[in-house]
Design a binder for this molecule. Sequence first.
Ligand code: F6P
Length: 323
Amino acid sequence: MEKIKTIGVLTSGGDAPGMNAAIRSVVRTAKFNDIKVMGVRKGYNGLINGDIFEMTSRSVSDTLQRGGTILQTARCKEFSTPEGVKKGAQLARIFGIDALVVIGGDGSFRGARELSAEGIPSIGIPATIDNDIGCTEYCIGFDTALNTAKDAIDKLRDTATSHERSSVVQVMGHNAGYIALYVAIACGAEVVIIPENEYCFETDVLRPIIEGKHRGKSHFLVIVAEGAGDVFPMAEEIERTTKIATTATILGHIQRGGSPTIQDRLVASEMGFTAVEALLQGEINRLVVVKNNKVTHICMDEGFDIKKSISEDVVRLAKVMSW
Ligand code: F6P
């Protein structure tokens, strides 16, 4: 492969706090190495439509601490078709992009793999608050989302304790229970429901509350991952059965915003740096990952085959801590 002179960068899929820190790192590492950088707006949509502009080190000044993504993001249907990918590759060539850094989740990486097959070497940086990308121990945004959820749930707990009420709180995670499980432990939930594990409402939700009442508990926190059930009927049924006043709250997209935590800024900085260094060393079609607590990169195809699952030990920890 010829020496890379120009790198493109885009963010795709759901935004995640720390994406800006990753963009900044990509841009600055490239500029430090005298490489031209082209920013692509609104994910693959921008690539297909040529919404592409040159970035300098100053384009990313004052962005490290900002949530969201300065490049904006989108979920692009057209890019899931072979024609869309071909169009994207053509536009990348027209704008002189020799290699592309894609910051996003699983779906975004599939796009990167297709682009690579069309002759635009791509490298992925994992960023999703769901932390559900199989090949990496950590995804940018997860820690910030956890902290945002923790702040909100602690507040709900204050008022629930004062009134001896129960709270049923829905956190994000359509297919993934990482946010739910981790905040359940960190915020002292009595019950946590995640999409990965089947549950029975009577025995897994109502029973621990009734038993907890007998052990002297007077208010209860139930955390439900988005994909695991509707919190409003749950709250009604809990109130009807336990006779404890119960509220339902959906935290929603609030978990996707906000200034990234130190952890997300550091990981994002290291991942952006690693992605560009890998490209400059001729390593293409890779995914940047955290493996054994270290940022590194692996082959994209192998990365897709790695699945991760919720640890039963962590599920047990959540249960024991609720006793
Ligand atoms: O992938 C991150 C995520 O926040 C999921 O937890 C959630 O199900 C989904 O995105 C929501 O997507 P949208 O912003 O398109 O509603």
